[in-house]
Design a protein around this ligand. Structure first.
Ligand code: MYR
Length: 183
């Protein structure tokens, strides 16, 4: 818990990202993917993949800047993601709802910088997971600390929900590959 407070304090002075520029840039990416792939389910997959490739790189920056050490368990990891990582990278406060711990939780977002100023057309309702890049970021980043997770949006204010929620499930731990000396 003290670690979480330390993370908050360290990043409290960060200037807020330029929300409009951020949202419009991301919107342009989503629009281009829709043009390229047409199928919205495929767009979800592509966004997730893009996020994964960001996440596997972002984790180094996160660990270096936040100074967090190894988490005790998945609940601890979820708290670090919600209270330190989301604050650091997106400047937002996120809560963890412990739906089915020890391996399932939800990250509750009361605001979402990706979907500011966005309104989905009717044909995208129930299909397009607009901010799916975030699920990929989480999967990629956590894979780098040996956690195999599945992340998916279960609520989205763009779909008419009161909050945006990501369900995060720990599917297993990844065994570290043995070095040559053990072969
Ligand atoms: C550990 O146990 O080694 C520490 C684990 C910390 C995991 C933090 C993952 C950061 C994910 C970044 C998400 C950014 C979302 C905007």
């Amino acid at each position: 818990m003290s670690r979480v407070r330390a993370g908050e304090a360290a990043w409290a002075k960060m200037p807020k990202v330029n929300a409009e520029f951020f949202a419009l840039t991301y919107g342009a990416v989503v629009t281009q993917l829709i043009k390229d792939f047409e199928d919205l389910k495929e767009v979800n997959i592509q966004l997730e993949k893009m996020g994964y490739n960001i996440g596997i790189r972002l984790i180094d920056e996160f660990l270096a800047k936040s100074g967090v050490s190894a988490c005790a368990d998945f609940k601890d990891t979820a708290e670090v993601i919600a209270k330190v990582a989301f604050k650091m990278f997106l400047g937002i406060n996120v809560d963890v709802a412990s739906t089915d711990m020890p391996s399932v939780c939800s990250l509750v977002m009361y605001e979402n910088p990706f979907s500011e100023f966005v309104e989905l057309p009717p044909q995208a309702h129930g299909v397009l997971s607009y901010s799916n890049i975030l699920c990929g970021v989480l999967r990629g980043a956590l894979e780098m600390v040996q956690m195999r997770v599945e992340a998916k949006f279960t609520k989205d204010t763009l779909q008419g929900d009161d909050v945006t929620e990501i369900r995060l499930e720990l599917k297993g731990m990844i065994e570290e590959a043995m070095g040559d000396e053990y072969k």
